[in-house]
Design a protein around this ligand. Structure first.
Ligand code: ADE
Length: 228
């Protein structure tokens, strides 16, 4: 199969990114040849015996800041003509499905930088980074966790990655233009007296679609009123 996307990840915790991307749909995508992902240890681009990647912040303050040199050397080694460099950081623009679609369509090579500690030397952001991405308004212990989330959400949109292409269209934030999905049920039709709604067993597709739409709106109003 034609390779559509290459991703290089720079992190000091390669396994945190590698493990979630090695199972199930992502694992198959990686071995199918549609996507090539390479998870690098940023320490491979240090020159000192201690493989030091962080230092104290100028101007004081708590924690450590990631040094610029390893990022500059690594990106210089890995960069191609059309590379997009993305930094995972809680200071970034909030990630969403639209942005995932953008990256899936517009990129052929990405380098994903993972922050850690109190942050990353700002010269890296100014000189190397095309887009700073936050996966949500909370702070993780390290950007490698966010990178796995980011990569999963982009890669699953690459044609050929999801077995059933319909599941790409019919899910939240797509089919009903930005509202949540309707509840789903499977067998048994009666579980401990809790019954699957009759309409879903009716075989009437029009009625089922109407029901799904009503339930999707109801759920969205309850859980995500900001989307209505
Ligand atoms: N690193 C720590 N928290 C993060 C977040 N919310 N998004 C992206 N990277 C992060």
């Amino acid at each position: 199969m034609e390779q559509l996307l290459e991703i290089d990840v720079l992190t000091i915790f390669p396994d945190v990114v590698r493990v979630p991307l090695s199972e199930s749909i992502m694992g198959r995508a990686m071995s199918s040849g549609i996507v090539r992902t390479c998870i690098h240890d940023l320490r491979d681009w240090t020159n000192d015996n201690h493989k030091k990647v962080d230092d104290e912040p100028y101007g004081g303050g708590p924690g450590m800041v990631m040094k610029p040199e390893p990022f500059f050397s690594a990106v210089n080694d890995l960069k191609k003509e059309d590379t997009k460099v993305v930094l995972m950081t809680p200071q970034g623009k909030r990630f969403n499905q639209k942005k995932a679609e953008f990256f899936a369509k517009s990129s052929s090579h990405m380098i994903v930088l993972c922050g850690h500690y109190e942050g990353i030397d700002h010269r890296v952001i100014e000189s190397l980074v095309d887009e700073e991405i936050s996966i949500g308004d909370y702070v993780l212990t390290n950007g490698a966790i966010a990178a796995a989330v980011f990569i999963d959400s982009v890669v699953r949109l690459i044609p050929g990655v999801l077995g059933d292409d319909r599941s790409n269209v019919e899910e939240s934030f797509s089919v009903y233009e930005g509202i949540l999905e309707a509840p789903a049920y499977t067998r048994p039709a009666d579980f401990q007296g809790k019954k699957v709604p009759d309409v879903l067993l009716s075989g009437n597709h029009k009625k089922i679609l109407d029901w799904k739409f009503d339930k999707a709106r109801e759920r969205t109003k309850k859980n995500r009123p900001d989307l209505i």
